[in-house]
Ligand binder design. Structure first.
Ligand code: ARG
Length: 464
């Protein structure tokens, strides 16, 4: 039960019995929402400054409250503050301590405000800061990938479709695909800042307040663009929570896809990359093993991100307006998703710094599976004046023949090729070269070395 300095429950005059201990225990959120202490104190200070400016409280009381709140912040920072689960949440813990420090006048702090607008205000400020932190981290990640791409412009590997060798590509081009994905993540998080820019403070429980408050003033002081427009929506709205959880989920998907590819490529069957000892773990029984545990961690954690998003969607589905206790779980979900994505980005950065591409093996693999067949088909269209479907057929026959002889395309003689299609000439032989194949993919966004170099320049400028 929440008690003030006189040791009387805040709602004790109305509610005669102490809350059941089981509900007190499970209904308390202090272990989770104490992370909001900075934002809660900041919000309260701005609130009382506004109350003073509007002549709702005196200068003396405002100063006393601000002094008390600053003292509480210091106590928490110095770990001298005792969080009490009987006091339910961070708001009540701070208010109660304010009573202990400055006495009865602490009671003015909650004038024209409710915990319902208080908690959303704290939460939005927290999310704004945390979102900015993730955006910065994503930028660091992008820079690391660009650096890796720069070293691998001419590293040739097979591009896969259906995990079957498809066409030769530059490894840098593959890496830059992830730059695009993380750039979209950055943008998604940045867009969320827009919905976090409306100030909930001052809508009170759900109806607004009869006090002559100035919500534009608190908006400015708390770095919001403007006050929210509808008091009922304000205390009910958790769309900004969904936006965040969704953005984390999508970013987790990207990290997980990269993790999965690296797991496959690091396997003994593929050997396209090698993880150094910093990012593998051993086996308790098989002495030879070096397992890609950190990558598996990243892939696995995606499940938790989705779970958090779906929990929040489910909490909101069918919830009438306005505030209900159901909403209290929003913070646990967001804090968990935040911690997870922050760690995941740090881990993927660490992995990218501690692995190497097996260029020899990449090249070897690009030579298997007739990866230049499409180049051959294109060449026949361009230089033999045939429709693509016809050249596709001729090329298929050539591939079938090579496969039956266990030969690569470049091992076929002109004589053998002519047997299949008499029109073919010597010029056909140069299309089987992997480098030529890559160089020829000059269409915008394609894998040609030239394109990649231009893209790297562009990305570098953007991520400065
Ligand atoms: N701890 C609560 C939460 O996080 C704060 C809002 C409480 N409001 C109320 N009317 N019980 O949701």
């Amino acid at each position: 039960m929440v008690k003030n300095k006189n040791n009387k429950a805040i709602w004790g005059t109305r509610i005669k019995k102490d809350t059941s201990s089981i509900f007190k225990k499970v209904g308390s959120s202090i272990d989770v929402d104490k992370r909001l202490f900075r934002e809660d104190i900041e919000g309260s200070i701005v609130h009382v400054e506004m109350l003073f400016k509007q002549k709702i409280i005196s200068f003396k009381i405002k100063n006393k409250i601000v002094w008390g709140l600053n003292k509480i912040r210091n106590e928490i920072l110095k770990k001298k503050f005792i969080f009490n689960s009987n006091l339910e949440d961070i708001h009540m813990n701070i208010e109660n301590r304010l009573f202990e420090i400055i006495g009865e006048e602490a009671g003015y702090v909650h004038t024209g405000r409710s915990r319902n607008d208080q908690v959303v205000t704290d939460f939005k400020i927290w999310l704004r800061n945390s979102t900015t932190e993730i955006i910065k981290q994503l930028n660091d990640l992008i820079k690391i990938i660009i650096k890796d791409a720069e070293k691998n412009v001419e590293t040739i590997m097979p591009g896969f479709t259906h995990l079957k060798n498809a066409q030769p590509i530059s490894y840098a081009h593959y890496l830059l695909a992830y730059v695009e994905m993380f750039k979209r993540d950055k943008k998604r998080f940045a867009n969320n800042l827009e919905s976090l820019s409306e100030n909930p403070l001052g809508v009170a429980a759900l109806a607004g307040t009869s006090f002559n408050i100035d919500r534009n003033y608190t908006s400015k002081k708390l770095k919001f663009k403007n006050p929210t427009n509808n008091s009922i929506d304000t205390v009910s709205d958790r769309d900004f929570v969904l936006d965040f959880l969704y953005s984390v989920s999508v970013c987790s998907v990207h990290i997980s896809r990269l993790a999965e590819e690296f797991i496959i490529w690091n396997s003994d069957a593929f050997r396209l990359i090698k993880l150094n000892d910093k990012i593998v773990t051993g086996s308790s029984i098989m002495p030879q093993k070096k397992n890609p545990d950190p990558l598996e961690y990243l892939r696995g954690k995606t499940g938790k991100s989705f779970g958090n998003l779906f929990s929040m969607l489910t909490i909101l589905k069918g919830l009438p307006l306005s505030y209900f206790k159901d909403l209290q779980d929003d913070k646990e979900l967001v804090f968990n998703s935040f911690d997870q994505i922050k760690n995941s980005i740090l881990i993927i950065i660490e992995i990218l710094k501690n692995y190497s591409a097996n260029k020899k093996r990449m090249n070897e693999l690009a030579n298997i599976g007739y990866t230049t067949s499409t180049d051959l088909a294109d060449h026949i269209v361009k230089y033999y004046n045939l429709p693509f479907r016809k050249s596709y057929q001729i090329t298929s026959k050539i591939v079938n023949y090579a496969e039956s002889k266990k030969l690569k395309l470049e091992d076929l003689s002109l004589k053998e090729l002519k047997k299949i299609e008499p029109k073919l000439n010597e010029d056909i032989l140069k299309v089987f070269d992997l480098k030529n194949s890559i160089k020829s993919k000059k269409s915008y966004g394609g894998t040609s070395f030239e394109n990649i170099k231009k893209m790297i320049k562009k990305y570098k400028k953007e991520s400065k």
